[in-house]
Design a protein around this ligand. Structure first.
Ligand code: ADP
Length: 489
């Protein structure tokens, strides 16, 4: 027999480190056990031979003698039969085993050879894993963050339950490529990202929009990291969550901001229109006078061409003057659409001085302008900041409506303070109503019958967008001071 003696096989069986017990195929009585099996169970071979199942098995219900016999008999019928069997060693220790019973036809009789191994540790590890798994599942259940592992082609290797929900996929729906769910721009970006060989442990932020079939577009924010788990997942791990609400709120905020700024510009136009009407009325009246003078001279008995020409030339000059006003309006309107630029705050004050004076003159309020020396360079949209100053000035003028004439007066000054440009409008009005002070800039109230100007809430909004502050305080000599500051460039 291939160079082996029959005895060699016995020696090999005896040297085997896995446990073997031989049963008679018919009576199921133990015929023999190898030393490994004897060592494991703590019996000598002589002690083992007469033992029946209850003498060497756990007394728990699944390990009853009948079950054991049925198992061994199953091997007789089918050639092989596997069971989880709990043996009991001589010292009482229970050994949970995987036991494989195999029918072997020996020369003189049929036997069932049982090989068994201790799986206690394996079972413990398995139970531990199961517990960990169900814990993780439980924790991830309520997470609003989805997990996906993506292949380089954009296919989904793994997707968590929360991820499925975020992507709008039904629990049993087959997984489409992740990239198919993205909108075209995000798809291109994601494909590029997946092609990148990201270094270990470095994660990249990534935002994209998905368009679930039949659903509304959603915005997601994700971090992407390349992972390679031994014998398991490999690919780009994506942690993602839905930020649609934040994005929509931001859109709404931006929309509102645009509407407010439109209002401020619209208001600036109104201001300008009033000023133009005021300015144009002078040259128009002069033109009319010169023309009427020329007509009268033409009708005289001895019309003098010289004086008529003089009147017409003067009328012509006034037309040029009116044209110059209209030209400056055009330039102003172009400025209305200007974006942020580096501007001197004192220059803005000089630009709007005229509008303040027209209003102040109507109200009989003297205006003092006190710009500081040198330019106050700030980064701003000049029209919007101009509107803020106008509003503070108009409010100051209105605050003095009920004051006797000689006590009136507003002072508008600018200054340099701690790296900031500060503009202050001081009046001698009734001062700030203490009950309203906190809510002045909230935009929820006006103490006037018909509010004028763009309002303090919009002023605050504009100043905040320019990274500045706005506040009000009582003036030392009565009245109020309204100030705002912008970072100096
Ligand atoms: P409006 O002027 O249209 O009422 P504002 O937002 O500009 O709206 O002002 C809100 C309120 O703040 C005013 O109604 C007034 O009660 C108060 N206020 C503003 N400026 C002054 C000021 N210089 N002195 C006293 N109260 C003021």
């Amino acid at each position: 027999m291939g160079g082996f003696e029959l005895d060699d096989f016995k020696r090999m069986m005896e040297a085997l480190s896995s446990c073997v017990i031989l049963h008679d195929a018919e009576s199921k009585a133990i015929l023999w056990a190898n030393p490994a099996a004897c060592a494991m169970l703590g019996f000598t071979l002589e002690e083992l031979l007469p033992l029946k199942a209850p003498d060497m098995s756990s007394s728990a219900k699944p390990y009853e003698r009948e079950t054991g016999l049925r198992w061994l008999h199953g091997a007789v019928l089918n050639g092989m039969n596997v069971i989880e069997w709990c043996y009991r060693a001589k010292n009482g220790e229970e050994i949970l085993s995987e036991a494989i019973a195999t029918l072997v036809h020996l020369a003189r009789r049929d036997v069932v050879m049982v090989q068994f191994r201790n799986i206690e540790r394996e079972e413990r590890v398995k139970r531990e894993m199961k517990r960990l798994e169900s814990r993780l599942k439980e924790f991830m259940q309520d997470s609003d963050e989805g997990l996906a592992v993506l292949r380089p082609d954009g296919g989904i290797e793994y997707l968590s339950d929360a991820g499925r929900k975020l992507l709008g996929l039904a629990p049993d729906q087959p997984l489409p490529p992740f990239t198919d769910l993205c909108d075209p721009a995000s798809r291109r970006e994601l494909r590029d990202l997946l092609k990148l060989a990201l270094p270990d442990a470095l994660s990249f932020p990534f935002s994209y929009t998905i368009e679930p079939p039949g659903g509304a577009r959603r915005w997601h924010q994700a971090s992407c990291r390349h992972i390679e788990i031994e014998n398991d997942l490999k690919g780009h791990l994506l942690h993602f969550r839905d930020i649609t609400q934040q994005v929509e709120a931001e859109h709404a905020r931006r929309h509102q901001q645009e509407a407010l700024e439109y209002l401020a510009r619209y208001n600036a136009m109104g201001e300008m229109a009033t000023a133009i009407a005021h300015e144009l009325s002078q040259p128009l009246a002069a033109i009319r006078n010169y023309l009427e003078g020329a007509v009268l001279r033409l009708q005289a008995p001895d019309p003098s061409p010289e004086t008529i020409a003089w009147g017409l030339r003067n009328a012509g000059r006034q037309v040029d003057h009116a044209a110059a006003i209209i030209k400056s309006v055009r330039e102003y309107v172009v400025k209305l659409d200007q974006a942020e630029a580096l501007v001197d705050l004192n220059e803005i004050l000089a630009e709007i001085r005229y509008f303040i004076e027209v209003k102040a003159e109507e109200a009989g309020v003297p205006v003092e302008l006190e710009p500081c020396d040198g330019p106050l360079m700030v980064s701003c949209e000049r029209v919007l900041i101009g509107q803020v100053i106008l509003n503070l000035a108009f409010n100051a003028i209105e605050a003095m409506q009920h004051r006797p004439g000689d006590g009136r007066g507003i002072r508008i000054g600018s200054a340099r303070q701690d790296g900031k440009a500060v503009l202050a409008v001081r009046d001698h009005g009734a001062g700030i109503d203490a009950a309203l002070h906190e809510r002045l800039f909230d935009g929820f109230f006006t103490s006037k019958v018909s509010g004028n100007g763009i309002g303090l809430a919009l002023c605050k909004n504009i100043v905040a967008r320019h990274r500045g502050d706005i506040w009000a305080q009582p003036a030392p000599e009565g009245g109020a001071v309204f100030c705002f500051s912008l970072p100096l460039q």
